[in-house]
Design a protein around this ligand. Structure first.
Ligand code: NDP
Length: 292
């Protein structure tokens, strides 16, 4: 019988953050305090929570944190002006504009306006290119970088493995596929999406499934090979009358039925989620180190 491993994202995130602490101490000895600026346009409640926890994590680590909150009716030019100011601020090594901005804002233009050397989300075209080129001076998007670190810390062999990534977004699926395919992963990668035929059959080939779909409990046990590893990126709110908040968080994987078939699996919450913010801190440290 299999002994299933629940991959503890909180524990791995703590390890990443403690590595960051050491690097921050070394930077401070050289007179550099890493700085991260987070720009929030509008009042989206989930975005407010994310921005708040990013700022809090900075303070915990001794990273200089700037939070710039702009009203929902800010113009494109006003947001661009803030990005320009942050590009020119030597105390700020990392800049991110929390997604999604209000619909009248051209998010792509904002991302392109960020100095690529400060683009700690890794969404600027220059960093996308560097990821494809496997140039280590680029910034890797935080969530897929966190997934790779989880696989590594869990001792999952990616080299030669059949990996199926479900989802092809620029934030998760596509960079995840590049990382697994590249020298860091050496996996044989299939990328599935909404047009994929017979997804269940494709998934059953996988030694490693990375689910980044955005649909609650979409991956079911019949799609999982015995002994597979599952990384569940999904964060979905579903109603739950037994909770005080009225909802609970579930992943893109039906955990209860899939876990017994797995060699290793990430829970939601407590899997990929804590890694994303830890990798953001790591990218901010990398940005500061690059200025030395
Ligand atoms: P997107 O909505 O941008 O992408 C979803 C992808 O899933 C698309 O490529 C889409 O295909 C594919 N998809 C949708 N429906 C199906 C289907 N029925 N069958 C196969 N593929 C399908 O989402 P994100 O990549 O931004 O996020 C994915 C999930 O990860 C969400 O739950 C999000 O909340 C979560 N997330 C978690 C983070 C964390 O820190 N843990 C960070 C970022 C996201 P197509 O391209 O054809 O439309």
């Amino acid at each position: 019988a299999l002994v299933m491993q629940i991959i503890d994202g909180k524990q791995v995130a703590e390890k990443v953050l403690s590595e960051c602490s050491d690097r921050i101490a070394a930077l401070k000895e050289k007179g550099v305090t890493p700085g991260l600026a987070v720009v929030l346009v509008g009042e989206d409640p989930a975005s407010k929570v994310y921005v708040g926890s990013k700022a809090r994590k900075c303070v915990e680590l001794g990273i200089y944190s700037r939070k710039i909150e702009l009203p929902a009716d800010s113009s494109q030019e006003e947001v661009m002006a803030v990005v320009e100011e942050l590009n020119n601020d030597d105390k700020v090594h990392g800049i991110l504009v929390q997604s999604p901005p209000p619909p009248h804002i051209d998010e792509e233009a904002i991302v392109r306006a960020i100095n690529p050397a400060k683009d700690v989300d890794g969404f600027h075209p220059e960093n996308v290119a560097k990821l494809a080129l496997e140039d280590p001076t680029g910034f890797v998007p935080c969530t897929p970088a966190g997934c790779m670190r989880l696989l590594k810390e869990a001792g999952v062999e990616t080299s030669g493995a059949e990996a199926v990534v479900i989802g092809r977004s620029m934030i998760v699926g596509k960079p995840m596929a590049l990382l697994l395919m590249g020298k860091a992963g050496n996996a044989t990668v299939t990328v599935a999406h909404s047009r994929t035929k017979d997804l269940a059959e494709v998934c059953r080939r996988a030694d490693i499934i990375v689910a980044a779909i955005g649909k609650p409990e979409f991956v079911t046990a019949d799609m999982v090979k015995d002994g597979a590893t599952i990384i569940d990126v999904g964060i979905n709110r579903v109603e739950d009358a037994s909770k005080k908040s009225g909802y609970k968080l579930v992943g893109d994987v039906a955990y209860d039925e899939c876990a017994p078939k797995c060699k290793a699996i990430t829970p939601v919450p407590g899997g990929v989620g804590p890694m994303t913010i830890a990798m953001l801190m790591q990218n901010t440290v990398q940005a500061a180190e690059a200025t030395l």
